[in-house]
Write a protein that binds this ligand. Structure first.
Ligand SMILES: [Mg+2]
Length: 402
C-alpha cells in the first residue's frame, strides 16, 4: 500500500451545480426534480437535479423533450451571478488546499496535492477534507472528488460515485480499475470515436489497454495512441495554472435588493470578516480596499482606495469600506454588494510592527479564527449575526417611521 504517492492529483467536481444552487437557495425546490434552463420551449437544459435524472433528463437536452420525460419538473431560469459568486468561494477553498489549481469550469478543478500529506493526511483524508470544506463554504453544496496519480484517472474517479462521491485510485490499481468501464469514459473519445471503437470490437477501456497499439493508430491516427496511453493509466500532463492572488474578494448577490445604508453595511461587515480571515490564513496583507455595487439595471459601480497601512484585520477593511460607501452617488437599490482587498503583499517585519496599532482588534479576530477552525465558520458567523441583529433591533426602523 503506497501511503506516499509520487504525485497526488485531486479532481473535484460539484454535483449538478446550477440545480443544487437553486435547491440550496430555495428550500421549496429540495427533493423535487429541478431543471435549470430558459423557460422558453426552444432552449436546452443546462443542468438537471438528481431527482430529474432517473427520468432520463440530462444537460444539453432540448427543453421540450426534458419536459415530456419529466412533466413535473420545476424549470428555473439560470442565475449566473449567483453561480459565479459561489464558484469564487469554491475556488477559494481549492486554493486553501493547493497553490496549483487548474479550473476546468465554474464548478470543477484539478488540484495538485503532491507533497501535502504532512498537511492534510493521506489521499482519502485529503478528499474528505476538501469535500467538507466545500460544504462548509457554500452552506451545504456537495462535491464529488477523485484522487489518483494522474489527471485522467482522478477525473474518471470523481465521476465514479456521484453525487457526494469520494474515490481513491492508487496507481497500482489504476489499469484494472479502469478496465471494465466504457470507452465513453476515455478523454477525447466523443460519440464518433466511440462508434469507431465499437466497430473495431472495443467496448471497454480494458479492451483498448490490451489492443495492439498499431491497430488503434491505423484506425484513429494519433488519437489512437492517446487513447492507448490513457487506457493504460499513463498521463504525464501537469496541472496547469498557478494562480497568484492579486486581490481577494467576496461578492454577495442579495436575496432582496437593498438601498438602506445599514443593510449594505451589514453585507460589507460580513465580507470584511470573511476576507480578513482568508488574508490571515494565507499570510497576506491588503494594501487597498474596493467596494462594488451592482444596480438593479446591472450597472456596476466601483470605488477603491489605498490604505495608509497594509492590513489583515477585518475592522480596518470594514472602516475603509464604510468611508467609501459615502462616495457612491447612486441611491440604489442594489442587487449585489462586493468587497475586495487588493494590492496584496507578504508581511515584512517592519509591516508587522505597524500591525501593533490594530493589535486588539486583530487578537480578537485571531481568537475567532481558532474557533472557526475548531467548530466551523458558521458557528462564528452566526454569533456575529446575532450581535448584528441586536444592534439593528435597537435602532429605529425607518420603514416604520415612514
Ligand atoms: Mg459538475
Amino acid at each position: 500500500m503506497a501511503d506516499s504517492w509520487a504525485r497526488v492529483v485531486a479532481h473535484a467536481d460539484m454535483d449538478a451545480f446550477y440545480a443544487s444552487v437553486e435547491q440550496l437557495d430555495d428550500p421549496n425546490l429540495r427533493g423535487r426534480p429541478v431543471i435549470v434552463g430558459p423557460r422558453s420551449k426552444r432552449g436546452v437544459v443546462l443542468t438537471a437535479s438528481y431527482e430529474a435524472r432517473p427520468f432520463g433528463v440530462g444537460s444539453a437536452m432540448p427543453m421540450v423533450k426534458a419536459l415530456r420525460l419529466c412533466p413535473d419538473a420545476v424549470v428555473v431560469p439560470p442565475r449566473f451571478d449567483r453561480y459565479t459568486e459561489l464558484s469564487a468561494r469554491i475556488m477559494e477553498v481549492f486554493e486553501d488546499f493547493s497553490p496549483h489549481v487548474e479550473p476546468l469550469s465554474l464548478d470543477e478543478a484539478f488540484l495538485d496535492m503532491t507533497g501535502s500529506e504532512h498537511l492534510f493526511g493521506p489521499p482519502r483524508r485529503m478528499g474528505e477534507r476538501i469535500k467538507a470544506a466545500i460544504k462548509e463554504a457554500t452552506g451545504g453544496l456537495t462535491a464529488s472528488v477523485g484522487l489518483s496519480q494522474t489527471k485522467y484517472v482522478a477525473k474518471v474517479a470523481s465521476g465514479y460515485q456521484k453525487p457526494d462521491g469520494l474515490t481513491i485510485v492508487p496507481m497500482e490499481n489504476a489499469v484494472s480499475w479502469l478496465a471494465p468501464q466504457s470507452v465513453a469514459r476515455l478523454w477525447g473519445a466523443g460519440p464518433k470515436t466511440q462508434a469507431r471503437l465499437h466497430a473495431l470490437g472495443y467496448q471497454t477501456i480494458g479492451d483498448i489497454a490490451e489492443a495492439p497499439p498499431e491497430r488503434l493508430q491505423a484506425a484513429l491516427g494519433s488519437l489512437g495512441n492517446h487513447l492507448f496511453e490513457l487506457a493504460n493509466a499513463r498521463d504525464p500532463r501537469r496541472i496547469e495554472g498557478h494562480r497568484v492572488a492579486r486581490s481577494m474578494g467576496s461578492d454577495r448577490t442579495l436575496n432582496i435588493d437593498v438601498s438602506a445604508r445599514e443593510d449594505i453595511l451589514l453585507y460589507l461587515r460580513r465580507s470584511a470578516d470573511h476576507i480578513a480571515r482568508r488574508l490571515r490564513r494565507k499570510n497576506y496583507l491588503a494594501g487597498g480596499v474596493r467596494v462594488r455595487l451592482k444596480t438593479t439595471d446591472f450597472k456596476l459601480l466601483t470605488r477603491q482606495c489605498t490604505l495608509a497601512e497594509p492590513t489583515d484585520v477585518a475592522e480596518a477593511l470594514y472602516a475603509a469600506a464604510q468611508k467609501m460607501l459615502d462616495r457612491f452617488d447612486h441611491p440604489g437599490p442594489f442587487r449585489l454588494v462586493g468587497l475586495a482587498a487588493h494590492s496584496l503583499e507578504r508581511p515584512s517585519e517592519s509591516k508587522q510592527l505597524g500591525l501593533l496599532d490594530e493589535g486588539k482588534a486583530r487578537a480578537l479576530e485571531v481568537a475567532l479564527d481558532q474557533l472557526a477552525e475548531r467548530y466551523g465558520d458558521n458557528v462564528v458567523r452566526r454569533a456575529r449575526d446575532i450581535t448584528q441583529t441586536t444592534v439593528t433591533d435597537t435602532t429605529p426602523n425607518l420603514d416604520f417611521l415612514h
